[in-house]
Ligand binder design. Sequence first.
Ligand code: PLP
Length: 455
Amino acid sequence: TTINELKESDKKYFLHPTTSIKQHQANGPSFIFKEGKGIYLTDINGDQYIDAMSSLWNVNIGHGREEIAEAAKEQMSTLAYSSCFQGFSHEPVIRLSEKLASITPGDLNVSFFTSGGSESNDTAFKLIRHYWKLKGEAKRTKIIGVKRGYHGITVGATSATGIDQFQNMATAKAPDFVHATTRFKTNCELGDKSDPDYAGSIRGTIEKEGTETVAAIIVEPVMGAGGLFIPPAGYLQALRKLCDEYGILMIADEVICGFGRTGKMFGVDNWDVVPDVMTVAKGITSAYIQLGAVIITERLRNELAEISPNDVFFHGFTYSGHTTACAIALKNIEIIEREDLVGNAKRMEAELMKGFKYLENNHSIVTKSRAIGLLAGFELLKDREKGVPFDQAIMAAPKVVGECHKRKLIVRPVVFEGSNSIVFAPPLITNKEQVETIINKLSDAISAFERQGHL
Ligand code: PLP
């Protein structure tokens, strides 16, 4: 009865994020978890699931790390919190800033702290617009994102997000956010105007908007929530070149990619690109507590200081540089480095791809499998050879994911304009045997879907 009571109270009192209100009212929560250890989550029935999404792509070091709990306890017992406004500081925030400077590429050496990815992106937009205003280029206000890009849910971050469902919510789009519609075509970004997709590229969009009106572009090094797209060779370098050419700032949204997810410490490290601004969250604490950061180049910070010495950066959250959150982040990064979890993510990429090839060989509906580190996905097609997608109404990916749930495997469906993908982001501690178990469960789940007769 306790379980039922919990379900009833959840139905009655809890408004879930990104969940159908009506369906939740009718059915209650899909899971109620009570324990996490390693790559596993256990629900209140005692059933153990593989968390192959690291929850929301964020539990990078896995669940249930006592060491983190101890670091939190120690910090909370000493100094749980003190503010960072008006120059106040404390050791955890100083050490974390120093650490981030040492692991981020190039001269990305100066950090501002937030409580998550959306706040980090909003901060980046404000900071960059402030910068252009100080420089006497107040017309540079536009932020260019890409269609399907996901950057969060505060008003600014939603506006930068290129997924309509989010922007439809209370017509949230703020002015001066523009989206490029052509994704990941290196030749277009290098200026190939003969390509029919050129106008929709980031370069084409910047030219259309007027280069003197563009403040920054924002991209995820590897697109996550929008459907797991790994950019082709040369793409991010082309964007860097484009920004340099027009003096536009480049923001890399590393909220998912950061802290080892892609088999490098940061997503941009796969292509040796140094953005002007990097936004991070999720993996910075492996979700043990909320924290985000905006990391800017020393050049940008120095310019801000020099152009207007009397100017105050009028922006700060109560929890900018939260003491305990910073202590947890430090311990988390220590674990990532000590256990070589970045290297493990790279090694497991090969194992995952081997598994995906097995799935492709055994299931005619599986195609376009891809992985970079432990960030991976594949697509489901009704007819792989002819490229025919499933009818939207079939909801192929959600159905396969439903079958995965029955087999105690948590993965995520992405349904978009007729395409059905399944995406994965298992904890960076996942080993070869666990990858095999994930693949076997997937194979069973896909077989069960195939038996439903949608082909
Ligand atoms: N940016 C990216 C790439 C994300 O995937 C997310 C969240 O999934 C965000 C930003 C927003 O982060 P948060 O949910 O912590 O505000």
